[in-house]
Design a protein around this ligand. Structure first.
Ligand code: ZN
Length: 531
């Protein structure tokens, strides 16, 4: 059976850039465009030339890519000609393969927001499409507020879409701008539109305000649309855009879509989608969502004992797709609910061959249970678990010893008369016969301790140079005066690999110190540092 082509249009760099707290630099934009191109999307909407310096410089020279680099902009302003509209000129002149215009398609917005007539809005769409085609660009029209507009005045919403299509736009994209339309409505309306405009010229642009942007995108495809617009990790203003990182694996791994459609994403590229998703988090300096479908760290994590023993026999028992297909991995959580099969499988994953009747296995299981009872969380702190297992099996070298540390917090008035709080830490470490003393200041006691500890580890320093802390989470357990503090630290190395360590103590500095030590030692083990 021959398959139909379904096109993917990414707008991380344009709509995603609208997100609160997101401010891409030019270097960020280039890096993201590179990842998108590697993934195999068909269009990369790179920004709004003329609107800000970053977007303008992105287009200043044409970037080589397989994907079509797309400029975004508004149709000509009402009452102006295309040759007398500087905003439009910047978009037309940008070095882009395609131009995506946005135009109102709701009579209400035309009247209230644009303050013009319905006919002038249609003329603006026709004129802008014609001007971009004259420049040799492929043209798309984003029909803003299409679904809300269609519900109140279907004839006008359709007239806007038709105006662009009849003028030769390659794509007419139906936007659920406010994100409130539900899947059955999307399916019905797109079905109607496809009676007037062929589906292979219709796209869907869904926002996630009812957490159904992905479902709405698929609803549109079922009704005939053949282009999906979305962003990496669903980045976008308010609740985000349709998440391509969820859409792409579904398109490629679920028979309903995989049997019917081809996309530009190869099986090999799909195997990198987890890394690409986490790459965006890195650029944004955010911790990855561990529960993200397909790519989250917990997406293929199993906890309960019965499930785990079944999963070891046949992964298909509790997994809807194979984690390797999307570059993720199976994870069997070691926790107080876990049985021996969990533990064996986890040990196997980290490279320990232990016989299932080995008495050390019971010791390890008891140790894990005891420690979890007082607050350790080994299902999250995979690296601390690995160290615990290695220690009980006798395989962690004593690289260095921390003889003592001292942390102080001082609040005082500085020279400018401002009240400031400064922290200082001194750490005394023994590496072989060398005694090393490091001191550091930090914005808080844990930061000072971290900087001092990692300042000088003698011959091991080179192994931890690329180590950085990317997340630090504190939780108070039990409450009251008996309270203990659990600290989870997520670290990353120069290869982009990350791991989590845990510390538990009534004292937050001590709990942090345990987690920091585990992180450093784990890195040394992982790097194969000599004892
Ligand atoms: Zn949007």
């Amino acid at each position: 059976m021959s398959r139909e082509r379904l096109y993917l249009f990414d707008t991380t760099l344009r709509d995603g850039a609208q997100t609160n707290g997101v401010d891409f630099t030019l270097a960020d934009k280039l890096a993201i465009a590179g990842m998108l191109d590697e993934l195999g999307v068909d269009y990369i909407e790179a920004g709004y030339p003329g609107a800000n310096p970053t977007d303008t410089s992105f287009f200043a020279e044409k970037r080589p890519a397989h994907a079509k680099i797309t400029a975004f902009g508004m149709t000509r302003r009402p009452g102006r000609s295309t040759s007398n509209d500087p905003g439009l000129a910047a978009v037309l002149d940008a070095q882009a393969d395609a131009i995506c215009f946005v135009a109102k398609s709701s009579d209400y917005h035309v009247r209230v927001a644009l303050e013009t007539t319905e006919e002038e809005n249609l003329a603006s769409i026709r004129d802008s499409v014609r001007a971009a085609k004259a420049k040799g660009r492929e043209v798309l029209l984003d029909c803003e507020h299409f679904f809300d507009g269609y519900k109140s005045n279907p004839a006008y919403a359709l007239a806007c879409a038709k105006a662009a299509y009849d003028e030769g736009a390659r794509w007419v994209v139906l936007c659920d701008t406010n994100g409130g339309t539900l899947p059955h409505e999307v399916e019905a309306i797109v079905g109607e539109v496809c009676k007037h405009i062929p589906g292979d010229h219709v796209g869907i642009h869904a926002h996630n305000d009812t957490e159904q942007a992905v479902a709405n995108s698929f609803a549109a495809v079922r009704a005939g649309a053949r282009q999906i617009q979305g962003t990496l990790n669903g980045l976008g203003e308010r609740c985000g855009n349709a998440n391509l990182v969820s859409i792409i694996p579904t398109l490629k791994l679920k028979a309903e879509y995989a049997d019917k459609f081809d996309t530009g994403v190869s099986d090999a590229a799909l195997g990198h989608i987890a890394r690409i998703s986490h790459g965006l988090d890195d650029i944004l300096n955010r911790a990855a969502d561990r529960h993200a479908p397909y790519v989250g760290e917990s997406a293929f994590a199993t906890k309960a004992g019965i499930h785990a023993s079944a999963i070891v026999k046949d992964p298909a028992t509790y997994e809807h797709v194979a984690p390797e297909r999307v570059g993720n991995k199976r994870k069997l959580l070691v926790s107080d609910q876990s049985g021996r099969s969990n533990l064996l499988a986890e040990l196997d994953r980290i490279g320990f061959a232990v016989d299932k009747d080995d008495p050390r296995l019971s010791r390890l299981l008891d140790e894990v249970k005891e420690r979890e009872a007082i607050g350790y969380a080994y299902e999250t702190a995979d690296a601390s678990f690995e160290l615990l297992a290695r220690r009980l099996l006798g395989k962690v070298p004593r690289y260095f010893e921390v003889d003592k540390f001292d942390v102080s917090v001082e609040q005082r008035i500085n020279a400018k008369g401002e009240r400031v709080t400064v922290s200082m830490a001194v750490v005394k470490v023994k590496v072989g016969d060398d005694v090393l003393i490091s001191a550091a200041e930090g914005n808080g006691p844990v930061n000072a301790l971290d900087v001092a500890l990692r300042k000088d580890l003698g011959k091991y320093q080179k192994y931890i140079e690329g180590l950085k802390l990317i997340d630090y989470r504190v939780r108070i357990l039990n409450g009251g005066t008996e309270a203990v503090t659990r600290v989870l630290i997520e670290s990353e190395d120069e290869l982009g690999e990350s791991w989590t360590t845990v510390g538990v103590s009534p004292n937050i500095i001590d709990a942090s110190f345990q987690a920091l030590m585990d992180s450093v030692i784990y890195k040394l083990v992982k790097s194969g540092a000599p004892a």
